[in-house]
Design a protein around this ligand. Sequence first.
Ligand SMILES: Nc1nc2c(ncn2[C@@H]2O[C@H](COP(=O)(O)OP(=O)(O)OP(=O)(O)O)[C@@H](O)[C@H]2O)c(=O)[nH]1
Ligand SMILES: [Mg+2]
Length: 311
Amino acid sequence: MNLLERFKAGLAKTHSRLAHEIKRIATGSPRLDAAALEELEAALIAADLGVALTQRIVDAVRKGYETQGAAGLDVFAVARAEIEKSFYGSAIAAAGAISPKLREAAGGLCVVSIVGVNGVGKTTTAAKLAHFVKSQGKTATLAACDTFRAAAIEQLNLWGRKLQVPVIAGNYGADPAAVAHDALTAAQSRHADYLFIDTAGRLHTRHNLMQELQKLHRVIGRQLPGAPHEVLLVLDATTGSNALNQARDFNKAAPLTGLIVTKLDGTSKGGMVVAVHNELSLPVKFVGLGEQADDLQPFDAAQFAAALFEE
Ligand SMILES: Nc1nc2c(ncn2[C@@H]2O[C@H](COP(=O)(O)OP(=O)(O)OP(=O)(O)O)[C@@H](O)[C@H]2O)c(=O)[nH]1
Ligand SMILES: [Mg+2]
């Protein structure tokens, strides 16, 4: 499967609902009247594309209809173009930060901290990322810094064995910063290219847990200047608009370098990727399209738009 096919398969739920609605709206009504445009608006909002982008798409469709008439108007193409514009036209795109690639630490180890609320897919994503860099000929180490949740360490160890990636762990109840410190030492002595730190799930509203995360980042930053090179927030695509609050609060406590949106395969609201990106001006680096190791895909706005809006 190529990248577009993977996006299509993963986004099938969102796509089928949108495509079905758009076709019905575009062909059902004798002309694209105000009622039809309102229905289009509702369908786009339901896919969690966000109010701003939805408005732009509806406006563009209206304008297209006024200038070309219904015959020449391709609602799907208009929507695709607006989504691509919202990614490539944004400030971070202009700054060159749109690259979905992981950062590389000049000549050394790149430390990537994986953060987020409970159950969003952090551990799975850490493992998938290790698998991803391995497939690119790089070496990875995993740090089991969730010392809190029952079975969290075993979960990461299992992935490590499956993917043949070393996992550095401590005991349950251990200070996650101490485990991160040990993992960083181990990754350095192995000359690994990447260290992925699996952190415990924490609510963005819990001050003490945010402080714990800050301490972890401080400790590894002292040990290796520049670390963590990436702080990636994992968001569950099925969360809806609370994802925005999570991203804002995490970003305040531990400045983020990017987002990973998981479980896109399980939702018909895949548009939230665009909404979160537009609101926060943070690059979406990867998206999770399933539970297997290779179900993590580097984000690509054009392919994403095509997967959402193709007839
Ligand atoms: N369908 C689907 N499931 C996913 C995806 N990513 C993760 N999952 C599943 O989501 C569940 C939770 O994943 P974890 O990786 O344990 O989540 P977590 O954020 O580490 O959870 P805590 O450590 O408890 O906070 C697991 O059953 C994963 O298989 C995805 O992209 N698609
Ligand atoms: Mg976990």
